[in-house]
Design a protein around this ligand. Structure first.
Ligand code: AMP
Length: 398
């Protein structure tokens, strides 16, 4: 494959960088991998190219060192990115605030704005900015494109994006529903429309992105009209380590009665809640094994998870009025047949039926799991955020 046809996609987290080198038209992946534990002594890279996995261990000081390690490992396995070049680098950026709502070519001013948005996404945007900065230094002259997780939801209807708090405070602090996982919701809803052989502009869908983070969206004719995540990715569904919706009064109560600091509450809700808070595990497969072993806490966590899913399903059914498709994606959504069956159980009066054989069939492709003649198509669509980012980056570079 000619390297100048390929796009490098980077997803820089606070202590990790995930990456893929891929051809945006075909989606063929030339290489992919992960650097983890950046900033610690026991850093690690796992790099997969041409079916061969290469692993190195050792300290990785910072994001620049992490990216250099990625480039060195590429060179070692026959892709010298600095010599051969790439068409563009696409960066996943979590928060675009009110400023960014489409893929954006990065220059100094854009990078500074991404950093400024750290107040809205303190865990994510600084790391995203570091990834961009390092890639610019290592590949000068190559277009760097930022693709924002919030962008797809920028034009949510005002009734859906507005929190019922003092408007002066909200305006001063940039408080509104932004929504996240937008690249995934947009991508899978597009694939779903094609699977139904329909124009996306004609299809109403409810999309459940159920991974370690989880979100739902209601999409009318290709445009989102509501989504479950909010100002931050904490709102909405029960997630691996995040609570999703709670009574906001809990925060004041914990600070007053349990003497917790705001950082402790933040950590509690973002890292020690959700499935891990309820059952001690955030990995869904482990949760399922515990349920099978008769663990009551795990069973309750699962029940809470499904209860929340169904509440959003009900709300979005009413929002949309007519629903053509319900779509499941991401690690849990694509793999956990039981979740799909339980989330949609006993909804045949609404035209929602899951075919148990299709639902449990071993199949990794985008597929329909409802009977052909059921009024609502229930679909499983594997997400591919890297491909969507690569395509956006390639489009922007012409
Ligand atoms: P993601 O964030 O999209 O990578 O999804 C991660 C979540 O998907 C984790 O909770 C995994 O346990 C879950 N997951 C992955 N494969 C399966 C599977 N075969 N069955 C159930 N859950 C799965």
């Amino acid at each position: 494959m000619d390297a100048t046809e390929l796009v490098l996609v980077l997803n820089s987290g606070s202590s990790s960088i995930k990456y893929q080198l891929l051809e945006p038209d075909s989606g063929i992946v030339a290489a992919s991998g992960l650097v983890e534990r950046i900033g610690e002594d026991d850093g690690r890279i796992e790099h997969v190219a041409d079916g061969v996995t290469t692993e190195h261990r050792g300290p990785v000081a910072d994001h620049t060192a992490g990216l250099r390690l990625i480039f060195d490992t590429f060179a070692e396995t026959g892709h010298d990115l600095t010599e051969q070049g790439v068409r563009a680098v696409g960066h996943r950026v979590v928060h675009g605030g009110e400023v960014f709502y489409e893929p954006t070519l990065v220059d100094d001013a854009v990078l500074a704005s991404i950093r400024d948005l750290a107040s809205l996404a303190p865990l994510h945007n600084p790391a995203n900015a570091l990834g961009i900065e390092s890639a610019r230094a290592l590949l000068p002259g190559v277009a760097q494109v930022a693709v924002f997780d919030t962008a797809y939801f920028h034009d949510l209807p005002s009734a859906a994006r507005t929190y019922a708090i003092d408007t002066k405070v909200a305006a001063a602090q940039g408080i509104r529903k932004y929504g996240f996982h937008g690249t995934s919701h947009e991508y899978v809803s597009g694939v779903a429309a094609r699977l139904l052989d329909r124009d996306p502009g004609e299809v109403n869908q409810i999309v459940f992105h159920l991974g370690n983070g989880a979100s739902a969206s209601a999409i009318r004719g290709g445009r989102p009209v509501d989504t479950s995540m909010g100002l931050t990715p904490l709102e909405g569904l029960v997630m691996g380590t995040r609570s999703g919706d709670i009574d906001p009064g809990i925060i004041a109560h914990l600070m007053r009665s349990a003497d917790m600091t705001i950082d402790q509450v933040d950590t509690l809700l973002n890292r020690q809640s959700g499935l891990v808070g309820l059952a001690g595990v955030n990995d869904f497969r482990q949760l399922q094994r515990r349920i099978d072993d008769g663990d009551e806490a795990a069973a309750l966590a699962y029940a809470v998870y499904i209860h929340r899913l169904r509440r959003y399903l009900g709300a979005y059914l009413i929002d949309l009025g007519v629903v053509d498709a319900i779509v499941f994606t991401a690690g849990v959504g694509e793999n956990a047949a039981q979740v799909r069956a339980d989330a949609l159980a006993e909804l045949s009066p609404f035209g929602i039926i899951v075919d148990p054989v299709a639902n449990t069939a071993k199949n990794r492709a985008a597929r329909r799991i409802s009977p052909e003649d059921a009024p609502v198509a229930v679909l499983v669509v594997p997400t591919n955020e890297e491909l969507a980012i690569a395509r956006a980056a390639a489009r922007l570079c012409g």
